[in-house]
Design a protein around this ligand. Structure first.
Ligand SMILES: NC(=O)c1ccc[n+]([C@@H]2O[C@H](COP(=O)([O-])OP(=O)(O)OC[C@H]3O[C@@H](n4cnc5c(N)ncnc54)[C@H](O)[C@@H]3O)[C@@H](O)[C@H]2O)c1
Length: 313
C-alpha cells in the first residue's frame, strides 16, 4: 500500500468527528458510519464549526465536502477503505465485537486502528480476522488540532503495519509516538490519570475547588508543559547541573506523602463537587462556546510553539 487515501471512521461521536475533520483537511476520502444513523446532520454542523480553526492551523483554502460520505451500512463503509479508525464507546466487549465485524467486512490488507484511550489491543483484536493489521491509534481531543497520536502494538501486530500506520498519521500532520509494548492506559493517559486521581483526593478532602486546582496547573506547570514535558522541565529545575542536582535536592521528597495515586471512591458528594465546580467555572458558557475559545487558543499557541520548537529540537 503506497499513500493511504481512503479512510473509514466507525463511530462518529466526539473523537470520530475529530478524525473526520482532520482527514478531510488533508485531502483524504472519508467514509463514516455510526450505529446512530441520524448523526450526519450533527457531524456536518461540527465540521462547519471547526473548519475556521483547522483552516488557519494548516493554512488550507477550501474544504472539499465531496470527499465525505456518511453510510447507514457498516459493510458499505468499509468496502473500499485502506485505513479504518474505530471510534466507538470505550468498552472491552463492545470493541471486541465491533472489531471482529470490521475485520470481516474490511479489505484483508487494510489497517485497523482503534482510538481506545487505554484498552489492551491484544484483547480487542482477539476475534479479528488478520490481527497483524490491528493497532491502537490513540489521539487527543480535539483530534482536528492536536498532533499527538500514540501507536500501540498488540502481541500479533506486524512491524510492517505499524510503519504503515505511522506513515498514514504523518500524512495528516500528526506526530506519532511509538509505544514499545501494550500497557493499560498507554503513556499519556497514565500521566493524566495520575494527576486526575490526585486531584480527586484533594477535592474529596476539601483542600481546594475544581477551579483552584485548574489554576494551579494553568498558571504554572501548564504554561511550561505546552513547550516541554515533565522530565526536561525538571532538568532545568536542577540549575547548572540539571537533573543530577534536581535528584539530589528533591529525591528525598519521593519518600514523603506527596501523592496518593489510588483513586478515591466516586461518591455522590465528590461527583457533585466536580459537576458543580466545573459548571461554576464555565460561567454559563456552553461546551461549544468554550470549545471555540480553546480551539482558537490551540491554533495560536501551536503557531507560536513552532517558532520555539525549532530552537529546542
Ligand atoms: N473523548 C476523548 O477525549 C477521547 C480522547 C481520546 C480517545 N478517546 C476514545 O475514543 C473512543 C470514542 O470516544 P468518544 O469520546 O468519541 O465517545 P462518544 O460517546 O462521543 O462517541 C462514541 C460513538 O460511538 C458510537 N457507537 C457505539 N457503538 C457503536 C457500534 N457498535 N458501531 C458504530 N458506532 C458505535 C456511538 O453511537 C457514538 O456516536 C473511545 O474509545 C475513547 O476512549 C476519547
Amino acid at each position: 500500500m503506497q499513500n493511504i487515501k481512503k479512510v473509514a471512521v466507525i463511530g462518529t461521536g466526539v473523537i470520530g468527528a475529530g478524525w473526520i475533520i482532520r482527514c478531510l483537511a488533508h485531502n483524504k476520502i472519508v467514509y463514516a458510519f455510526d450505529k446512530d444513523i441520524n448523526l450526519k446532520k450533527k457531524l456536518l454542523s461540527e465540521i462547519k464549526r471547526t473548519w475556521p480553526f483547522v483552516k488557519k492551523l494548516f493554512n488550507k483554502k477550501k474544504l472539499n465536502l465531496k470527499n465525505f460520505h456518511f453510510f447507514t451500512s457498516i459493510e458499505q463503509t468499509l468496502k473500499d477503505a485502506d485505513f479504518i479508525q474505530e471510534c466507538a464507546t470505550e468498552n472491552y466487549s463492545l470493541k471486541t465485537k465491533l472489531i471482529s465485524t470490521i475485520g470481516k467486512y474490511a479489505k484483508s490488507n487494510s489497517i485497523i486502528a482503534s482510538s481506545s484511550s487505554g484498552l489492551l489491543p491484544t484483547r480487542i483484536y482477539s476475534k479479528c480476522k488478520n490481527p497483524e493489521r490491528g493497532i491502537i491509534g490513540h489521539p487527543f481531543n480535539p483530534v482536528y488540532l492536536l498532533p499527538a497520536v500514540e501507536i500501540v502494538p498488540g502481541e500479533r501486530t506486524s512491524k510492517k503495519n505499524l510503519n504503515l500506520a505511522k506513515k498514514f498519521y504523518k500524512s495528516i500532520l500528526m506526530n506519532p509516538i511509538m509505544v514499545k509494548n501494550e500497557l493499560p492506559g498507554y503513556l499519556s493517559d497514565r500521566l493524566q490519570e495520575a494527576l486526575w486521581r490526585e486531584g480527586l483526593h484533594i477535592i474529596n478532602e476539601g483542600y481546594a475547588t475544581t477551579e483552584e486546582l485548574d489554576r494551579a496547573i494553568e498558571d504554572g506547570p501548564g504554561l511550561r508543559w505546552s513547550l516541554m514535558g515533565t522530565f526536561l522541565t525538571f532538568h532545568l529545575a536542577g540549575g547548572k547541573t540539571g537533573m543530577k542536582h534536581m535528584l539530589k535536592q528533591f529525591g528525598p521528597a519521593l519518600k514523603l506523602p506527596w501523592t496518593k495515586l489510588k483513586a478515591p471512591k466516586l461518591s455522590k458528594k465528590l461527583s457533585s463537587r466536580l459537576i458543580l465546580g466545573t459548571a461554576r467555572q464555565a460561567k454559563g458558557k456552553s461546551v461549544a462556546m468554550i470549545s471555540n475559545i480553546r480551539d482558537q487558543y490551540l491554533v495560536d499557541i501551536q503557531k507560536l510553539r513552532k517558532k520555539y520548537e525549532k530552537k529546542l529540537r
